[in-house]
Every structure is written in C-alpha cells, then in structure tokens.
Design a protein around this ligand. Structure first.
Ligand SMILES: Nc1ncnc2c1ncn2[C@@H]1O[C@H](COP(=O)(O)OP(=O)(O)OP(=O)(O)O)[C@@H](O)[C@H]1O
Ligand SMILES: [Mg+2]
Length: 254
C-alpha cells in the first residue's frame, strides 16, 4: 500500500501559486528526499502532507485516506519550530512530549513505557547526557537532535523531516542518516535536504521541487534536471562509493 499519494495538488498563499499540479506517490517504507532551491515550496509541501496547509485544489491521501486533519500516522520535525527556547523546560520533557497523543492533554501522566521509550531514543541520538538541561542552553545541533528525538517518540508510520541536519557537523549528519536508515526498515521517511552529497547514498528516490515537481524517481540525476529545478547551472552529482558533488561555476564567474 502507498503511504502518501498526492494528486494534482495546488497550494496558493494569498493568490500566489506556490505548488503547481504536484503528483507524487510514496510507497510504504520508501525513503524519499525532496531537494530544490529556497522558496521552491518544499516546506509547504510537507505542511500540506501534514494537513497544516490547505490545498487550493487536489488531494492528499495517507494510507488511502483523504487528508483532512493533522494525521496521526505522521511524525515530523519542521524546519523552524515555534519552540520557545527561553521556555523553562528541560530536554527530557521536550522529548517526552512526543508521547502525547494530543497536545492539549496538560495533565497527562507518562507511563513507565513512555519514559523508557524516550530514554532509548535519547541514547540512540546521543542526547541522554543533556536530559536535565534547559533547552535554551543547547547548541543548534543538539537542539535539532532533541527535536528529532521528540518526533521519533511519536512512534508513527511516516516521518517527515525538514532539513534535519541543517546545523549539524559532518559526523552528526552521518549519525542522523544512519539512524534514519535503520528507522526506514519500519517507517516511510520523507526528508527535505540541501545535503545532496549525503542524502543520495541513503535514499530510494528523489523529488526535485521548484513550484512544480521536476523529477521524481531514482536518485540518478543529470545536469539538465538539476539546472531546470534550480533555474541556473548548479552542480553535477557523481555517484560512487563516496558520493560527492562538483559545482560548476555560473557563467561570468571565475
Ligand atoms: N505563510 C505564508 N504566507 C505567504 N507566503 C508564504 C508562506 N509560507 C511560505 N510562503 C512562500 O511560499 C514559497 C515557498 O515557501 P517554502 O517555505 O515552502 O519554500 P522552501 O522550498 O521550503 O524554501 P527553503 O529552502 O528556503 O526552506 C516562498 O515564496 C514563500 O515566501
Ligand atoms: Mg523550507
């Protein structure tokens, strides 16, 4: 069964078309990356899948069901969380929030299993040592891992991540992708990333988005597709044991 089906999706913000005629199918347990330039609509697409942005036209189905409200099947790490860094809450509590079935249960008492689950995830992401720290005291990369841990605590079938490795160092990026690869055995993962150098060695498929979906398929991209998506010559992506990207210079540049 397909995890996510998007059919003829259009999204407009104040009559400006941001996503145009998007058709995309993501199979169960697929690992798909979305790449594309800034402002290309990647975050909007994730929000539409989550049910946080209403399509102007078209349909999104999650496991065959039309998406109406925020789906219980989807865990997520959004690009800019509205998380108040100054809020006096420690790391452990943030991660545990992922166990809340609904965010309005103020007096929810976590079970022993909830706590054990959160602890395991924190160990996996190497953040258990910070569990009592107030989140405002974390570095960007540490906070990012805390937010990923919270998403994993939701224990959903689908995981959406919007640039989860944006402020991580190289080793942490590898760690996160290795963890995602492991999780992908049981979960469908859709990730937005500018890390094309990394992401290609982990994913099954790639989607190139810039208002329209320019490509969706195996991660064997050619220069033409990349140039079309980004609207200017960007790079050639070489595959091999050590994937790397080679930037071509823009015309007129040295
Ligand atoms: N709430 C909003 N109201 C109006 N316009 C918006 C809103 N959110 C996004 N946009 C616009 O929609 C377009 C797509 O934005 P989006 O955030 O989806 O891009 P993105 O591909 O995620 O970019 P980035 O790589 O910079 O994160 C942009 O032109 C943006 O300015
Ligand atoms: Mg974005």
């Amino acid at each position: 069964m397909n995890a996510i089906e998007i059919e003829d999706l259009n999204v407009d913000y104040n009559n400006v078309n941001v996503l145009k005629d998007i058709n995309l199918t993501i199979e169960n347990k697929e690992f798909v990356a979305i790449i594309g330039p800034n402002g290309g609509g990647k975050t909007t697409l994730l929000k539409a899948i989550l049910g946080l942005v209403k399509p102007s036209t078209g349909e999104i189905r999650i496991y065959g069901n039309r998406q109406k409200n925020k789906s219980k099947f989807i865990g997520y790490v959004l690009q800019f969380t509205k998380f108040e860094k100054a809020f006096p809450i420690d790391v452990f509590d943030v991660v545990l929030m992922g166990r809340l079935k609904s965010s309005i249960k103020i007096f929810y008492k976590y079970s022993k299993e909830d706590i054990e689950y959160a602890k395991n995830i924190m160990n996996m992401l190497d953040i258990y040592a910070f569990k009592d720290r107030q989140i405002g005291q974390l570095s960007g990369g540490q906070l990012q891992r805390v937010l990923i841990a919270r998403a994993l605590c939701m224990e959903t079938k689908i995981l959406l991540l919007d640039e989860p490795t944006a402020c991580l160092d190289e080793q942490s990026k590898v760690n996160i992708y290795e963890i995602l690869k492991e999780l992908n055995k049981d979960m469908t993962i859709l990730i937005v990333s500018h890390d094309t150098s990394f992401v290609f060695s982990y994913i099954d498929k790639i989607a190139c988005l810039n208002q329209k979906l320019f490509y969706h398929g195996e991660p064997e991209l050619n220069k033409n597709t990349m140039d079309k998506v980004y609207g200017c010559p960007v790079d050639a992506i070489a595959h091999g044991d050590i994937p790397h990207r080679v930037f071509r210079s823009h015309e007129g540049e040295l």
